[in-house]
Design a protein around this ligand. Structure first.
Ligand code: MG
Length: 460
């Protein structure tokens, strides 16, 4: 996994040592010798991770970290503070200004690489989501999601898997002081797996030694592998003081770890940081999902739109070339729809369009493509359909509209009919647009011959 790492230290030898280690593992290394330079390089070069010395002459690491986290161009870059002391007070101070972790000098290689890998994974996931999010934004389709932050009124849920019930209660008391966070269970391994499946907690805190002789690393990898907890925050509490254990947990997918003994505050600050990050990535993920959906779905009827239909037809055309079967393309247009809008109002018009799309869907197969092409014009494409099948289905669709009046919300019964133009695609056809055009021409003929009719395109 390649990545660019910015090493910040006022002592040249320290930078050199770190640079050599990282370069040997094929990381791209940038350097800065003071706080201001670190900030400038970070902004200009956008590294993936920053290793930040705390003791520096111009400004200390805490100040630099605050600057980085306060600037929109650099706030997303993970920061690992490098310190000579492992005093809990320093750790809490660093975490409070937004640092992701600490490494104590002299730096342990295992701890360094496990943490760098973990942060790179997280950052790459964010970069990818942001890229996709911006693509759907460029399509102009997700502006309505701008106020999505308001959705976050639900409390975050946390599940605990401690070494003992008493410890679980201590953690719970501490976590319950956080606003909008709720502890939903204190569990042993098996219980934890069950609860995670049904409750889908936002975060899970796992102690290295579990109750009832459970295996904590096994629990972590099981939780990571499951769809319900794949995106959950996981914090691992290391009790044997071994950095190797923490490194293993990070590589198995924990989001963060904390070494015992720790100040209660350290756990809640780490938890809050991780929950914030999760909320942000959840939001990006749903923006992407909704953006994609908006790009292909007609909001009124829930049917596919023209953009999707033309693209999907290309696939149907290709499949016909492989299978050697013909397929049917039907263009449908409600007769005299404008009159309904004019005399009954647009709400009634919308109701008719919705009811019509409903009746279409009831009369075609699941594999058939149904789309609203615009206005009162709809398309049905049936793969693997002969012209006999097409005749049968198009006639059924026509009758489905004629046979039963459309009732408005105010109780007015509207008699509506539809005209349908059909073209049969052959395995030799390769342009969906030609077939749509043919169906359109047939539709025009149906209208001209008196409406409420099915008309087939006549091959030349
Ligand atoms: Mg220094």
């Amino acid at each position: 996994m390649p990545g660019r790492i910015l090493v910040v230290d006022d002592v040249a030898t320290n930078r050199l040592i770190l640079k050599a280690k990282l370069a040997a593992a094929y990381y791209d290394v940038l350097e800065a010798d003071c706080g201001q330079a670190a900030f400038d390089v970070a902004r200009a070069e956008q590294p993936d991770v920053i290793l930040l010395d705390i003791k520096m002459p111009d400004m200390d690491g805490y100040q630099v970290c605050e600057m980085l986290k306060g600037c929109s161009e650099t706030s997303h870059i993970p920061v690992v503070m490098v310190t000579a002391s492992s005093a809990p007070k320093e750790r809490i101070r660093g975490l409070s200004v937004g640092a992701d972790d600490f490494l104590v000098k002299p730096i342990n290689d295992l701890a360094l690489f496990a943490r760098v890998r973990n942060l790179l994974r997280v950052k790459m996931m964010f970069d990818e989501l942001k890229l996709r999010d911006s693509t759907s934004r460029e399509l102009g389709l997700s502006d309505f999601l701008e106020n999505a932050e308001e959705i976050d009124s639900e409390p975050h849920t946390v599940m605990l898997a401690p070494a003992a019930k008493a410890q679980g209660e201590t953690w719970k008391a501490q976590i319950s002081k956080m606003s909008n966070v709720e502890v939903i269970g204190v569990c042993a391994e098996r219980e934890a797996l069950n609860m995670a499946r049904f409750e889908q907690p936002d975060a899970i805190i796992v102690h290295q030694r579990l109750m009832e002789d459970g295996d904590s690393l096994r629990l972590i990898s099981a939780l990571r592998a499951r769809p319900e907890t794949r995106q959950a925050v996981m914090i691992y509490v290391v009790s044997d003081g071994a950095i190797e254990t923490a490194a293993k947990a990070l590589d198995l997918g924990t989001s963060d770890y904390v070494l015992e003994p720790f100040e209660p505050e350290e756990l809640t600050i780490r938890l809050r940081t991780q929950l914030r990050r999760k909320r942000y990535s959840d939001q990006l993920r749903s923006n992407v999902r909704d953006g994609l959906k908006m790009a292909v779905i007609d909001p009124l009827t829930g049917l596919y739109n023209r953009r999707y239909a033309t693209q999907h037809m290309q696939k149907i055309v290709e499949r016909a070339q492989d299978s050697g079967n013909s397929f049917a393309v039907m263009m449908m247009d409600l007769d005299k729809f404008k009159t309904i809008n004019d005399t009954e109002g647009h709400d009634a018009g919308d109701m008719v369009l919705k009811e019509f799309s409903h009746r279409i869907q009831e009369n075609v197969r699941g594999v058939d493509l149904v789309a609203r092409m615009g206005g009162e014009e709809f398309l049905v494409v049936m793969p693997d359909a002969s012209d006999l099948v097409a005749k049968h289905v198009s006639e059924r669709l026509r009758r489905a509209v004629e046979c039963k009046p459309f009732v408005t919300t105010s109780g007015v019964e509207l008699k509506i009919t539809v005209s349908i133009g059909v073209a049969i695609g052959q395995p030799s056809d390769d342009d969906p647009n030609v077939l749509i055009k043919q169906a359109d021409t047939a539709l025009y003929a149906a209208k001209k011959n008196g409406r409420n009719l099915v008309s087939f395109h006549q091959a030349a």
